[in-house]
Design a protein around this ligand. Structure first.
Ligand code: G3P
Ligand code: MG
Length: 241
């Protein structure tokens, strides 16, 4: 499969301009001309994939405690917009099903970050991969990424058709070998530790090199000059910088 993902990927939907990881954030990003989006996916207690960055609900919703211990019937009625702005009062958390409808309608290219709470890596990796097999219809397959090798391993074991990416907070020399062992197509590394040699090492192994979360024009230029294949950003305006 050719690499189908655009260079520019909006972080958590367009998660600064609208409440992160809600469908409103994808609508805003799409209206601004984006079709590449990163977002954070976990599973409700009853196995429904939904979008939430933190383990807990307090920062981005009016709920409390761990998200993964509640059923979707409860989660879907939370307010995930009021914390952001008055414009988005009452915006619900997004299910992956809701996002999949937008992906089909708008031909989105998604990077679904598997974001398991502690102890949930195998369950989330396998659960999301199986859910996608049963439900995904958009032309571009989502890229599944994770900081948790166990989640990537479980996703591959459950359904090997989904492209994978290893997320790293810090570059290390064993990253290409680790990514290949996990059947990953790409490494997505925090920008601060990614240099031209690291990107060349990934390319030498046939891997794509992506970086998060790049919000400065000078850093875009540095990484572009080094051959980066894609950037995750909060700044919808950086494409034009
Ligand atoms: O997927 C890249 C980036 O989203 C990882 O960091 O904390 O924003 O999920 P975080
Ligand atoms: Mg993320």
């Amino acid at each position: 499969m050719a690499w189908p993902y655009p260079f520019w990927i909006a972080h958590r939907g367009a998660g600064k301009q609208a409440p992160e990881n809600t469908l409103a954030a994808f609508r805003v990003g799409h209206a601004a001309g984006f079709r590449g989006f990163e977002c954070d996916v976990q599973l409700s207690a009853d196995g429904v994939p939904f979008l939430l960055h933190d383990d807990t609900l307090e920062r981005t919703t009016n709920g409390q405690g761990l998200g993964c211990v509640l059923d979707w019937a409860v989660l879907q009625h939370l307010d995930a917009g009021s914390w952001h702005s008055a414009t988005h009062v009452g915006e619900p958390p997004a299910s992956l099903a809701g996002l999949a409808e937008l992906a089909s309608a708008w031909n989105l290219a998604l990077n679904l970050e598997l974001k398991p709470s502690p102890g949930q890596a195998e369950r989330v990796g396998a659960g999301v991969a199986r859910w996608l097999r049963a439900h995904w219809q958009a032309p571009c397959p989502p890229l599944l990424s994770s900081f948790e090798p166990e989640a990537l391993h479980a996703a591959h074991a459950a359904d090997a058709q989904w492209p994978l990416a290893l997320l790293l907070e810090q570059w290390h020399a064993n990253a290409p070998a680790q990514a290949l062992a996990l059947h990953a197509r790409a490494v997505v590394c925090h920008h601060a530790s990614l240099d031209p040699a690291a990107i060349a090492a990934l390319h030498a192994q046939g891997l794509k090199a992506l970086s998060y979360t790049v919000n400065e024009a000078a850093e875009v230029q540095r990484l572009r000059a080094a051959g980066i294949d894609g950037l995750i950003t909060d700044r919808l305006d950086l494409r034009d910088a």
